[in-house]
Ligand binder design. Structure first.
Ligand SMILES: [Zn+2]
Length: 115
């Protein structure tokens, strides 16, 4: 689970102008867009828990044979979501999942506070 941010100019419906917006990503998917001028927030309904489970499945359950099969079947996004080195190093996997879980928990708390 990875959280990242980038800035870009977008049209803000509150400012009625093009302003600088901060775009937050969770695993390459946009989770939030915020106008830096008026702080108007557009939240996208991203199911964080589902993302986490999907990612964990790809990382933990998949066996090398399964990877080869999926690659043969041309499931393109499998390749993108699967860093192969994780499987050969269980410690890394556990560490990675723990860190991912922290991100899940943090975004949950964030959502609760804004309710
Ligand atoms: Zn604005």
């Amino acid at each position: 689970m990875k959280r990242s941010e980038m800035e870009t100019e977008l049209f803000c419906t509150q400012c009625m102008d093009h302003t600088l917006h901060q775009i937050s990503y969770l695993n390459e998917k946009i989770s939030k867009i915020e106008c830096e001028q008026c702080h108007h927030v557009v939240k996208l309904r991203l199911d964080v828990k589902k993302e986490f489970l999907k990612e964990s499945y790809y990382k933990a359950v998949s066996k090398p044979g399964q990877i080869r099969r999926e690659l043969k079947e041309g499931k393109g996004d499998f390749l993108i979501h699967f860093p192969a080195r994780v499987v050969t190093k269980p410690y890394r996997l556990v560490k990675y999942l723990n860190e991912s879980w922290k991100v899940v928990k943090a975004s949950r708390t964030e959502q609760d506070q804004k309710k």
